[in-house]
Design a protein around this ligand. Structure first.
Ligand code: GLC
Length: 732
């Protein structure tokens, strides 16, 4: 597959880089491996001008705006001996200014094109602001919603995450020969297995079999590398005893050796010197030796490489060849993106921020990311049916206060003032037909003081009074933006503050309650699912939240999101994921001695792949091209999907398999293909899903990646528990 990293342009850039490299001093070389600026941990933005003359700055992070980056670039180039511009980067995770749904939300669209388009626009805005590089996509598989960064990735499934990984890389970098105007370099992170942190506690140890590491956590990185990802970020945590940032097996043997990665690796913020508290490095110099020696080309952030590598080279502990190889990788990308030929960005380009095209794209994306979990028929609230009625809109997240929270964590240089609140969206959609009464109800959180609790109780009473006068209640609960994301692990996933009491009080009015949940992660919704008339997981939908959510509530668009992360019944079920192994005592309810909990069901509240629509679909004429294939063969599954309802909608056709007997135990279900089909009412379309035998490969006990002969089951369904259509095939 031709990507920017295999193109002729790449080779030409590399040749130019070689020529420049030969003219550089050691100090100038090490400067190219050193990134400066402030990460999310501090606001004291510095530009280290005193480093310019010696050429000690190669890159910056978190510098905001074209004027600012041009100014720094000018000062740097005026001072350095060689005209090597700095590479500006930032955490453009789900939008730069225009904010898109969080990555976890995007994955629930089951439409990689959504992620590609969101990333493409994010790249354009970021480029116009002087950036050439983003620290995204985050492709860490997450099976534990206690981990706050589950919001930042694409869920629990390796196959689906891989499809979103490649789509996002292509969105940022484009698919041409080079990374040109309005494109930025992607950075696959966090290499590797950061989401496997024990207890869902951020930065905690990840410890797993090599088989799990290679079959579950690494493939999304491979998919991104194959799509041409230019950079990779090393993770904080220790993996099987070796910190990822000092892990030569991961950063060199696997990433470069097995995956064929040709770009450069940047450390996570502070991860190099954190090898010391890990107990893996004695001091800063030792940490630099271990990290750079493992294959961590660039440090985020500061001087440790500038300060420590000279003596390490002098002592023969780090080779000049390795330094040159790292510098060559960095310089090659600087040539490839045109930075060497044009160090400055047009300062007039930022007028595209929040433009209609971008806001519409955010709206379209949010249409596809919301997951309808329950609906007794109360939805949609069609304008004609709502004429003359009153809607109570309740919750801190519903009105202006919710604007910043609907953007989620890692929303870069967002601007809540541009967010369309749910209240505004509903007013725009239904304001002419009916009266919308907005009341706060209660906050997402509540200070633990008697006064605060009493104030919330009073607020709930007021909301109930108002709601009692209305025909239908729309309540918005969940998390504030800052309650997920980095360093926000939670031990309890139940609704915070008085939100649960608010829901109960609203239900007690006897009015139909439409419950919207806005959160960065799965929360415990068990107490509410059977009480409310409708339940929709809207995640954190971004700048056009209110417009998209009102489109979904009024039926202008039918929900089409499906879960990519399992929704637990209670926090005690976590970690919980669909592609688990069966054990020798699966919970079949036959006797007490089974693998289960005595105080909770074993099944989740809502399974992976689940999601409702306002219409219904049928799968007809499902047929396999064959019921056997060789280890290098392929089976196709063909069917007709029909919209059997009276509303347009989109169906996600999912293909799962089970390897019935393996030389190591195999998961009870594995997603191996999916397709999203948009169908008008009554419309049908033929869908073909491909199942190459190579997708069935796994690492056996001896770490050989094999496709084993044997019998398989295959299902085509609407979620991982849908076994209405079961087939068998065999690898021969
Ligand atoms: C943070 C994050 C990483 C981010 C970096 C720069 O610690 O772990 O994902 O890109 O620092 O902000």
């Amino acid at each position: 597959m031709n990507t920017i990293m295999t193109s002729r342009a790449y080779e030409a850039a590399r040749e130019r880089a070689r020529v420049l490299l030969a003219t550089m001093t050691l100090t100038e070389k090490l400067g190219q491996l050193s990134q400066f600026g402030t990460s999310i941990y501090s606001d004291n933005e510095q530009t280290f001008d005193d480093h310019f003359t010696e050429g000690k700055v190669g890159s910056y992070l978190t510098i905001k705006g074209a004027q600012r980056t041009n100014g720094i670039q000018h000062d740097l180039l005026a001072a350095t001996r060689l005209p090597i511009p700095a590479l500006f980067a930032d955490d453009v995770i789900h939008g730069y200014r225009t904010t898109f749904p969080t990555p976890l939300a995007q994955s629930c669209s089951w439409n990689p094109e959504v992620a590609r388009r969101c990333s493409e626009i994010a790249a354009k805005e970021a480029y116009r602001a002087g950036l050439k590089w983003t620290f995204s996509p985050m492709v860490d598989i997450a099976r534990d919603p206690r981990w706050g960064r589950i919001m930042e990735g694409y869920g629990e499934d390796t196959y689906l995450c891989s499809r979103f990984s490649e789509a996002t890389v292509r969105g940022y970098q484009g698919e041409g020969e080079t990374v040109g105007k309005d494109r930025i370099f992607a950075c696959m992170k966090h290499f590797a297995a950061y989401g496997a942190c024990i207890g869902g506690r951020d930065y905690n140890t990840a410890d797993m079999s090599m088989q799990t590491l290679h079959d579950v956590y690494l493939p999304p990185f491979k998919a991104g590398v194959d799509a041409g990802a230019a950079t990779v970020m090393s993770a904080f945590e220790d993996v099987n005893g070796v910190p990822a940032t000092g892990n030569r097996y991961l950063l060199t043997d696997v990433l470069r050796g097995e995956m064929g990665f040709k770009g450069f690796v940047v450390s996570d913020a502070g991860a190099v010197v954190e090898l010391i508290p890990h107990g893996f490095a004695e001091d800063e110099k030792d940490a630099v030796r271990l990290a750079f020696g493992a294959g961590c080309d660039m440090i985020m952030a500061g001087d440790p490489y500038n300060d420590r590598l000279p003596s390490l080279i002098e002592e023969g502990k780090i080779s000049m060849e390795q330094v040159d190889a790292s510098v060559l990788s960095v310089l090659t990308l600087k040539y490839l993106c045109g930075l060497m030929d044009e160090p400055y960005v047009d300062e007039d380009g930022e007028d595209c921020f929040f433009c209609d095209e971008h806001m519409d794209a955010a709206r379209m994306a949010a249409h596809e990311t919301a997951v309808l979990l329950e609906n007794n028929g109360v939805l949609p609230l069609r304008p004609a049916a709502m004429r003359g009625k009153k809607i109570a809109l309740v919750g801190q997240l519903a009105g202006a206060e919710g604007k910043s929270h609907l953007l989620g964590a890692w929303s870069c240089l967002c601007d809540p003032a541009h967010t369309v609140s749910i209240e505004e969206g509903l007013q725009n959609a239904l304001g002419d037909a009916c009266e919308i009464v907005t009341v706060r109800g209660c906050g997402v959180t509540c200070a633990d003081t008697a006064e605060a609790h009493e104030k919330e109780a009073e607020s709930i009473r007021e909301a109930v009074l108002a709601a009692s006068q209305c025909d239908v209640i729309v309540a918005v609960v969940g998390e504030e933006a800052g309650m997920s994301g980095e360093a926000y692990s939670r031990s309890d996933l139940t609704l915070t503050g008085h939100q649960g009491e608010l829901i109960d009080a609203l239900v007690a009015t006897g009015k139909a309650v439409v419950l919207l949940v806005s959160a960065g992660r799965p929360l415990i919704l068990t107490p509410y699912k059977d009480k409310v008339a409708a339940l929709m997981l809207i995640w954190q939908p971004g700048s056009s939240a209110g417009s998209a959510i009102s489109d979904l509530l009024t039926g202008a668009v039918s929900p089409s999101g499906h879960l990519t992360t399992t929704m637990p019944v209670c926090t005690g079920q976590v970690p919980i994921y669909y592609n688990h192994t069966n054990t020798g005592r699966p919970a079949l309810g036959n006797w007490p001695f089974e693998s289960k909990y005595r105080d909770c069901q074993i099944a989740p509240l809502y399974p992976f792949g689940y999601g409702l629509s306002y219409t219904s679909f049928s799968f007809e004429g499902i047929r396999l091209s064959a019921d056997t294939m060789t280890a290098d063969g392929e089976i196709t599954v063909t069917l007709t999907v029909r919209n059997t309802g009276d509303t347009d909608g989109a169906e996600v056709v999912q293909l799962y398999i089970r390897d019935l007997v393996g030389s190591t135990v195999r998961p009870v279900k594995e997603l191996k293909a999916f397709d999203k089909v948009f169908l008008a009412a009554g419309e049908s379309r033929e869908v073909t899903l491909r199942l190459p035998a190579s997708e069935l490969a796994f690492h056996d006990a001896a770490m050989n990646r094999i496709v084993e002969p044997g019998k398989f089951k295959l299902w085509v369904g609407e979620c991982c528990t849908d076994e209405r259509y079961e087939f068998g095939f065999e690898i021969v």
